[in-house]
Every structure is written in C-alpha cells, then in structure tokens.
Write a protein that binds this ligand. Structure first.
Ligand code: BJW
Length: 248
C-alpha cells in the first residue's frame, strides 16, 4: 500500500510517536536516494564500479591489493555528493531531534555521505565511517576532506598512505559505535528503520535488539526486507514522502 496522507499512517504508530520518550532511528542508503545518492542494493540491482561489484571494491582486501582503485571509487562518489543536498527525510529527522519531544533521541546511520550532518543532525552515530574523512594506514590519524579541496595524498603526521575512513566489508566498526548504538537500541521504546536493506551486520542487529527488548518497530522502505516480518508497522514507500506524515 502506498501512503500519501497523514490519515493513512497507522494510528498506533502516530500514538507511539506522540508518546515515546526514547527513540532510535536507524538509516541506510535509501534515505539519501531522493537526494540523488545511488543505493548499494534495491530494485533488484547491485552497485558496480568499473566491472567490480561494490562489495569487492569496498573491501578490506581491496585496500591491501589496490588502494588507488579504492580511492578512485571514493573520489568518484565524493564528486557526485558535493553537488547534492539533504532531502525532506533528512530534514524531518533534524526536526525530531531539535523539538526535544523525546527525552532520548539517537540517530544511527550506516551512510557515509554526511547528509544527516549537512541537514543539521548532531551526535550522529556513523557505523560505517565517513566519505569526508581520510585515515592513515599506519598511525590512524584522521583528516577531514573538504568539499571543494583536493584531498591529501599522505599522512601529515607520519607521511604514510591515507585510505578512506570508512568501514569496508571484513573490517571492524569504529570503536564504541556499535556499543553506543546497541545500548540505545536496548533502551528505546520506538525504533524507526529507514531505507536499509537490513542485510549488513552488525547494523542489521540493532532493530532485532530493539524488538527483543520490547520496542515498537517501524520500517520505512519501498521494498520488503528481511526485517519486515519482525516489524509492528511497515510503511511501504519513500522516506522523503512518509516521514513528514508520521509527526502530524
Ligand atoms: C528507500 C528509498 C527511499 C530506496 N526511501 N528507502 C553476521 C551475519 C552475516 C554476515 C556478517 C555478520 N557479521 C558480520 C558479517 C559480515 C559482513 C556482513 O554483514 N555481510 C553480509 C552482507 C552478509 N559485515 C561486515 O563485514 C562488517 N564488519 C564486521 O562485522 O566486523 C566484524 C568482523 C570482521 C571480520 C569478520 C567477521 C566479523 C562491516 C560492514 C561494513 C559495510 N560497509 C559498506 C560499505 C561502506 C563503504 C562504502 O560506502 O563503500 O556499507 S557495505 C554497504 O552496505 C554500505 C552500507 O552502509 C551497507 C548497508 O547498506 P544499506 O544502507 O542497507 O543500503 P542498500 O543499498 O543495501 O539498501 C537500500 C535500501 O533503501 C533498499 O532496501 C531500498 O529498497 C531502499 N530505498 N529508495 C526509503 N526513497
């Protein structure tokens, strides 16, 4: 069912949204789709870069084998991103955080695009890092990559190679990111999962943790995911159209 008016949002979700104190929002690539950011999966397709599936080019092995190719893939994506802006869904989440209607509001994203922060969200838990940072492969110093500047090639601290500060397949998450997110998931009363295929772990375990601890679980996605059957409410449609409707 495609929902287009506030009255079509299930009453129970509206009530939960109006009364919950502790809320966790988990986002994935789909929330940025309406800004023009390509997703990794969805619509039966999987992203490919110069003939390489994204899970090959975005992998720990590829950093060891061909770091310049990895940079080329991330430079290409940053180049697209620098001309894109947050959409209505990113902005709705900023409002939810700023209105202070919830005593605890946690935003966890798997996205590396920085669009939540660009929209105005703060304290975002970035589970998979950021495309706007580089990290030294030796001393692990991190460096911001500014929108219009050429990125540094070498570490300013030790001179070693830099790599994108993102979490590739087979790599561990930034220290504390999963722990903070899992703690918020275990405590939340309402968990809203937006635009993720819910295939990649450990991020996909957060809604499972929330549900196991009694949270009301809502998914927003045009397609069904492995999480859909666990949810109390599934809103089938685009995040940019649906998020505004929940709060009214
Ligand atoms: C819309 C929309 C609109 C469209 N509105 N919606 C347990 C079980 C099985 C496997 C594992 C496990 N634990 C660990 C693993 C291995 C692996 C994993 O999960 N593999 C599975 C895929 C099988 N996980 C890892 O390797 C993780 N590391 C780890 O666990 O470390 C410990 C460890 C180390 C070594 C061995 C074992 C354990 C790290 C995962 C890192 C993921 N990195 C990536 C790439 C980041 C860099 C880059 O940008 O290139 O992160 S992969 C890619 O997938 C990216 C995303 O963040 C992530 C999730 O994707 P997401 O966000 O869900 O996007 P899509 O494209 O999949 O879906 C988009 C959705 O939007 C679709 O559903 C659309 O319908 C929807 N949509 N338009 C709303 N308008």
């Amino acid at each position: 069912m495609q929902l287009s008016t506030a009255s079509q949002i299930p009453v129970e979700l509206r009530e939960r949204f109006a009364t919950a104190q502790r809320v966790l929002v988990l986002t994935g690539a789909g929330i940025s789709a309406e800004s023009g950011v390509p997703t990794f999966r969805g619509g039966g397709n999987s992203a490919v870069w110069k003939g390489l599936p994204f899970d090959v080019i975005s992998s720990a092995q590829m950093v060891k084998r061909d770091l310049p190719a990895v940079w080329e893939w991330f430079d290409y994506r940053r180049d697209i991103l620098k001309n894109l802006a947050p959409n209505a869904a990113h902005k709705a989440i900023v409002r939810w955080q700023r209105q202070s209607r919830f005593s605890e509001f946690t935003l966890v994203t798997q996205n590396v695009d920085g669009l939540h922060q660009y929209a105005g969200s703060t304290d975002v838990i970035e589970m998979h890092g950021s495309i706007w940072r580089a990290r030294c492969i030796s001393c692990h110093s991190t460096f911001e990559i500014l929108r219009d500047d050429k990125r540094q090639e070498e570490c300013a601290s030790c001179g070693e190679h830099l790599r994108p500060d993102v979490v590739l397949f087979g790599e561990i998450l930034p220290t504390g990111a999963f722990e903070r997110a899992a703690e918020a998931a275990a405590k939340c009363e309402l968990c809203i999962v937006i635009g993720t295929s819910a295939l990649v772990y450990p991020a996909a375990s957060l809604p499972e943790i929330a549900k196991a601890n009694g949270a009301f679980l809502c998914e927003i996605n045009p397609e069904r995911t492995p999480l859909s059957d666990l949810c109390d409410v599934v809103l089938t449609g685009k995040a940019g159209e649906l998020l505004d409707l929940i709060e009214h």
